[in-house]
Design a protein around this ligand. Structure first.
Ligand SMILES: Cc1cc2nc3c(=O)[nH]c(=O)nc-3n(C[C@H](O)[C@H](O)[C@H](O)COP(=O)(O)OP(=O)(O)OC[C@H]3O[C@@H](n4cnc5c(N)ncnc54)[C@H](O)[C@@H]3O)c2cc1C
Length: 425
């Protein structure tokens, strides 16, 4: 049930008078609009909550907070779903099977939310539903676990052997493959999804602002405001940082060793002229457990080519998401092409049409981090997507927003998502 704003303020323990005055000043200053640059009009404006970062985690957390009655300002340095953001990829996959009960349950819940909200906003085409071929050499523990969770939630699956795979998908090379588990999956037009959620926030009275944020003044274990580039500062009762791979730069003491940001590559190979065997719906999403590569077919929504992800982006260690060039390194491209030659021989001499380098935000625990900043009680950290954040983002946003307003609906998850002591070093 949505809370009205007064209830929100009571629940969140806001300093109601101050915050309301600030929020009204902002409402008067800036009408409903697309993302606006920060500037003088923004100085001393305030919301109940400022969310920093308009990737998938930030937009959904901001919308969910707004729908619970909070006045919300969403700030991003480059704009919602921008090309540097990890959510800025054209497509991210959503699949039903997770590695554990929570992963599966949240995926299914998120898929339902993506479906219904995109429908409500008149953009159902941003979710393309398909299936996923999980290709393996043998029936192993990971596949057994995935199937068990899917069975538990009555998600239809199929297990097919090599002969059946060869009959259904003669365009695929099956060297080293003995069977596949097939599960429901989909492709989310990730960049556009972030923008659509940000627009929904604006329609509901939230603000979307372009600006680079630095944490500002502190007092009594609280953050009083954030400082914006190109100018101004914003006060709020609560600050939510949803900064993906930028967390190591923003909070080096807290996140430096809890997060790694390795580059990851994705490429699109051409398909032969007039050949639709590698296009949706003739071919599904795939995940090759024998090589670690995965991807999705050429989409008839945009005809960009056959997608291949994996094999690293080139380079090692953590990349700087602001400055890293978004081209894959030659050795990473070669690994992708070798994989294509092995698994999709008809594409082996096709041209590389496009590549993109994205930056992961991988936690030491493998879990998301949704927790308060250890020194600032009104600052929340929502991040650590760890290769699966876009699909889960409606569930993450809903969960985080409920915790932030003191309405935690799954208290048993607090310790799972805590900052904790597990680090990379
Ligand atoms: C190669 C690759 C493949 C992947 N495949 C999948 C997949 O198939 N399915 C899936 O669900 N997930 C996948 N992921 C993971 C997923 O993309 C991420 O988990 C998710 O995008 C993280 O979203 P986010 O909102 O936390 O971060 P981001 O999307 O990176 O958003 C962070 C935002 O914060 C802003 N920001 C940062 N610092 C500041 C600041 N100081 N001031 C203002 N703004 C700031 C940035 O501009 C950015 O817009 C993949 C990731 C990679 C790298």
């Amino acid at each position: 049930m949505d809370l009205d704003r007064r209830q929100f303020l009571q629940k969140a323990g806001a300093q109601a008078g101050l915050v309301l005055a600030g929020a009204r000043a902002l409402e008067a200053a800036v009408g409903p609009t697309d993302a606006v640059p920060a500037g003088p009009s923004f100085v001393q404006s305030a919301s109940d909550v400022v969310v920093i970062g308009a990737g998938a985690f930030g937009v959904w957390t901001a919308l969910s907070l707004r729908e619970q009655g909070a006045s919300v300002t969403l700030v991003d340095q480059y704009g919602p779903g921008n090309s540097r953001a990890t959510s800025g990829a054209e497509v991210r996959q959503i699949r039903a099977a997770g590695r554990d009960e929570l992963d599966t349950r949240w995926s299914l819940k998120a898929l339902e939310t993506w479906r219904s909200r995109l429908q409500e906003w008149g953009r159902p085409e941003l979710l393309i539903e398909t299936s996923l071929l999980r290709l393996s050499v043998r029936w192993n523990e990971a596949e057994r676990t995935a199937k068990a969770w899917l069975d538990r939630y009555k998600v239809p699956t199929e297990v097919v052997d090599r002969d059946e795979l060869a009959r259904r998908y003669p365009q695929m090379g099956l060297e080293g493959i003995e069977f596949a588990l097939i599960e429901p999956a989909g492709m989310l037009k990730s960049r556009q999804c972030c923008q659509v959620v940000a627009r929904a926030l604006e329609r509901q009275g939230g603000r979307v602002v372009i600006g680079r944020v630095e944490p500002g003044r502190r007092s009594g274990g609280r953050l009083l405001d954030v400082v914006l580039t190109p100018g101004g500062n914003v006060g709020a009762d609560t600050f939510v940082f949803a900064c993906g791979p930028w967390f190591r730069k923003l909070f080096p003491d807290v996140m430096g060793n809890r997060l790694r940001t390795p580059p990851g590559g994705r490429c699109f190979f051409g398909t032969p002229p007039g050949d639709n065997r590698f296009m949706h719906p003739a071919f599904p999403n795939y995940r090759d457990n024998t090589t670690g590569f995965y991807g999705y077919p050429a989409l008839s929504q945009d005809y960009r080519g056959f997608n291949v992800i994996g094999g690293g982006g080139g380079g090692s260690g953590s990349a700087d998401p602001d400055s890293v060039d978004r081209m894959m390194a030659p050795e990473a491209l070669k690994r992708a092409r070798d994989f294509v030659a092995l698994r999709f021989p008809a594409l082996k001499d096709q041209p590389l049409l496009e590549t993109q380098l994205c930056v992961f935000d991988t936690t030491a625990t493998g879990q998301f981090i949704i927790d308060r900043h250890p020194e600032l009680e009104n600052v929340w950290i929502v991040g650590g997507g760890t290769g699966r954040g876009v699909k889960h983002s409606p569930s993450v946003g809903d969960y985080a927003a409920h915790r932030i307003v003191g309405q935690d609906q799954e208290p048993e998850l607090t310790s799972l998502f805590q900052l904790g002591d597990t680090t990379f070093e």
